[in-house]
Write a protein that binds this ligand. Structure first.
Ligand SMILES: NC(=O)c1ccc[n+]([C@@H]2O[C@H](COP(=O)([O-])OP(=O)(O)OC[C@H]3O[C@@H](n4cnc5c(N)ncnc54)[C@H](OP(=O)(O)O)[C@@H]3O)[C@@H](O)[C@H]2O)c1
Length: 242
């Protein structure tokens, strides 16, 4: 298998797209560290992976807690880091966004990935191999009234990918972004009504499935992407291309 003998940490893999990423990496032979705040959901994801013949352990961390949380996730050598956890934010006028929401979104969506990469990438570099996949978003490619905060956090992930590719690439660590378009999960299904008119103009005419995002992550994390550094792969049915 593509990812045998690799340990992968997937932040935010207790729900949504992260679950599909954890499953897909495990299906390729990686041992997966499932992570999030919800122990019951996390242990269920890890158990389902084990039941399917894969290897997974759940490690709890609240990434809003900063360095202590990042340290709790970085206690062993990691070969694949997927910075997936994020707060999804409902559209809101800028003037109405609470300071606490700004601080929390910056902490969970950007700072946590920054700290984790700082803790994990040097070990990858010392071993001469590793892959980091950041989850961005097509929201990070363009401006959008009502989603200034969320879009900013996703654009930051796109930018971090390029800087980290330059910083760690020469040591054999590849860093790339997967930028999903609207993706239907249990949580986002309630927004489908609002998304439908938008997605109707995408070449695929539909939202993505979590498994489709996960396959892009598996590709960028694996040996088939061996000379891909600093790239952004959109998985959006062509939405951002037209
Ligand atoms: N769904 C979409 O349409 C879409 C589109 C573009 C980009 N994306 C990106 O794709 C990624 C996954 O999105 P999703 O739709 O799967 O989101 P989701 O369903 O809300 O899942 C978010 C995950 O992040 C974890 N998380 C949230 N806050 C956390 C915290 N403080 N500490 C630790 N973990 C935390 C959650 O776990 P707990 O609840 O257990 O803490 C959960 O596992 C995100 O980076 C998002 O920006 C999604």
């Amino acid at each position: 298998m593509n990812l045998s003998n690799r340990t992968a940490l997937v932040t935010g893999s207790t729900d949504g797209i992260g679950v599909a990423i954890a499953r897909a990496l495990a299906a390729e032979g990686a041992r997966v560290l499932v992570s999030g705040r919800d122990t019951a959901r996390g242990e269920k994801v890890a158990a389902a992976i084990a039941e399917a013949g894969g290897q997974a352990d759940f490690v709890r961390a609240d990434l809003a807690e900063g360095l202590s949380a990042a340290r709790a996730l970085a206690t062993e050598p990691i070969d694949i880091l997927v910075n997936n956890a994020a707060m999804l934010l409902a559209p809101q006028p800028t003037a109405e966004v609470a300071e606490e929401t700004i601080d929390r979104a910056l902490a969970v969506n950007i700072k946590a990935a920054f700290l984790l990469t700082g803790l994990i990438a040097p070990g990858m570099a010392a071993r001469g191999h590793g892959a980091i996949v950041n989850l961005g978003s097509i929201n990070g490619l363009n401006g959008s009234a009502g989603s200034a905060l969320y879009s900013t956090t996703k654009a930051a992930m796109h930018s971090l990918t390029k800087s980290w590719a330059d910083e760690y690439g020469p040591s054999g660590v590849r860093v790339n972004t997967v930028a999903p378009g609207p993706t239907t999960t249990e949580k986002t299904a309630k927004w489908d009504e609002h998304i439908a008119p938008l997605i109707a103009r995408a070449p695929s005419r539909r939202t993505s499935k979590p498994e489709e995002i996960a396959q892009a992550v598996v590709f960028l994390a694996g040996a088939h992407a061996s000379n891909i550094h600093g790239a952004l792969l959109t998985v959006d049915g062509g939405f951002s291309a037209v």
